[in-house]
Design a protein around this ligand. Structure first.
Ligand code: UD1
Ligand code: CA
Length: 471
């Protein structure tokens, strides 16, 4: 059966994603498919790849206890089907039978634990299927080490005869390197008919979806294999080791994308960039840099080495060395670090500096101002062109509530100034080194609060002289 272009266009598509497995090998409290791969839950990657086909229906099969948590991370139009007991992949597909009652068309079945599958690969499978119109087209890939995967068995004419699972395979079958990627397109009628005949007489006592292939083939219905080139797309995550492996491949893919867009990555092996991060051209990522969450970075920046930036917005031309930035905003041309910690609500405006061992939270540092060394600036505003001396502290918390420190423009604060908030310092004012500022300082004034220095002549000689001399 082959479809004419008109029929093809009319053909309906349903996607069924299986994600009800217990994921016992993960040894986790969380459902397996919610584990993170480069900043997104595994299932979100799979959902996006399938969603790109614009299916008429999209269902996810979930275990009852995981349904709410998993559904939350998926788009609204994904329907949930519940598999009450985890009896195998074939049984999981059966859970989608009732919701799909009356659906006539192609059903794409895939697994929720294969985050590296791409929409291009799925599109290729769909095209191959629709070009020939068999009962089933399954995605296969030839791998170096087929251990643990279902093997694709073919007859002398190279027709697919069945899939045998690793644990059920004979020594001969175990040598087959063409594996079942776990992505199939079935003609709906053929699927439901064959699936009702699948039993559980196998090493795991499970109802295998893969048995559908053998049933269809034995009845003379056409089964096609669509081979893909990249083994990465089919990696199924069953353990933490495989999770790390999948994340590593995804990371390489993400970095490759940024490099193609004009970002320099000095050492891809030690650079971690989450899926949603955006990076401008000619920015350089130094080794041991982590860019996470929704972080956005402009052009011509140098980020790292040894920096972690999470959910932050960084404009063009910023230098950021050995620092941790979390939910903060950095304007163009700023210099950050080494060893700065910018916390939520820190806004460093263009040309400003947050230097060594400086912590800033919920505070605005205006254009061109500098907080170069050893300071804590919290719940504060620092005007433009101001210089904060080394070791300044905004004492923003009295044990009960937080108060603000407002420092004007072109202020020079002495080293070791403590601002006991609420307090404000006028434009152009100065504070004396070591001052504890408890009252407002008017514009242009000097705020100083330290005892006069007293020198006691001869003190050291008396204190440290040998005993006889003192007597
Ligand atoms: C499966 C295939 C194997 C293929 C491999 C590719 C079967 C029997 N085997 O093996 O041929 O090479 O994937 O990665 O299909 N699930 C349920 N309900 C269940 C059991 C599983 O929803 O009762 C879901 C799991 O959540 C998972 C997917 O089905 O997302 C695959 O199950 P898994 O146990 O990981 O199968 P594999 O042993 O990897
Ligand atoms: Ca698997």
């Amino acid at each position: 059966m082959q479809f004419s272009p008109a029929e093809e266009a009319r053909r309906r598509l349903a996607v069924v994603v299986l994600a009800a497995g217990l994921g016992t090998r993960m040894k986790s409290k969380r459902p397996k498919v919610l584990h993170d791969v480069c900043g997104r839950p595994m299932i979100a990657w799979v959902g996006d790849a399938a969603g790109a086909l614009s299916p008429d229906r999209m269902l996810i099969v979930l275990a009852p206890q995981a349904a709410d948590d998993v559904h939350q991370v998926l788009s609204q139009n994904v329907e949930v089907a519940i598999q009450e007991r985890q009896l195998g992949t074939g049984d999981a597909v059966r859970a989608a039978k009732r919701p799909l009652e009356g659906f006539d068309g192609d059903i794409l079945v895939m697994y929720g634990d294969t985050p590296l599958i791409t929409s291009e690969e799925l599109q290729g499978l769909l095209q191959a299927h629709r070009a020939h119109g068999p009962a089933c087209t399954l995605m296969t890939v030839v791998v170096g080490d087929p251990f643990n995967y279902g093997r694709v068995c073919r007859d002398a004419d190279s027709r697919v005869t069945r899939i045998v699972e690793d644990r059920d395979a004979s020594e001969e079958e175990k040598k087959i390197c063409e594996i079942n990627a776990g992505v199939y397109i079935f003609e709906s009628g053929a699927l439901w008919e064959a699936l009702s005949d699948v039993g559980s007489e196998n090493a795991q006592g499970e109802i295998y979806l893969t048995d559908v292939i053998g049933i269809l083939a034995s009845r003379g219905q056409a089964v096609m294999a669509h081979e893909v080139a990249d083994p990465a797309v089919t990696i199924g995550v069953n353990s933490r080791g495989e999770l790390a492996e999948a994340a590593g491949m995804m990371r390489a893919r993400i970095l490759d994308h940024h490099m193609r867009q004009g970002v320099t990555v000095i050492d891809p092996a030690s650079t971690y960039v989450d899926a949603e991060v955006k990076i401008g051209r000619d920015t350089v990522l130094e080794p041991m840099t982590v860019l996470a969450g929704t972080t956005q970075i402009g052009e011509d920046c140098v980020i790292g080495p040894s920096s972690r930036v999470v959910d932050a917005v960084i404009d063009d031309g910023v230098t950021l060395v050995s620092s941790y930035v979390f939910q903060a905003e950095i304007g163009s041309g700023c210099t950050i670090g080494p060893f700065a910690y910018l916390r939520p609500g820190a806004r460093i405006l263009p040309g400003a500096k947050a230097g060594t061992f400086v912590e800033i939270k919920n505070a605005v540092v205006h254009e061109g101002s500098k907080v170069p060394h050893l300071s804590y600036i919290g719940d504060a505003e620092i005007g433009a062109g101001t210089n904060i001396g080394a070791g300044n502290i905004t004492a923003n918390y009295d044990g009960r509530s937080k108060s603000r420190t407002v420092i004007g423009a072109s202020v020079h604060t002495g080293a070791d100034t403590v601002f006991v908030a609420p307090v404000s310092i006028g434009d152009g004012a100065v504070t004396g080194a070591g001052s504890v500022i408890t009252r407002d300082v008017p514009p242009g004034a000097l705020g100083i609060s330290r005892p006069e220095q007293r020198n006691i002549e001869g003190y050291a000689r008396k204190k440290f002289a040998p005993k006889e001399e003192n007597e």
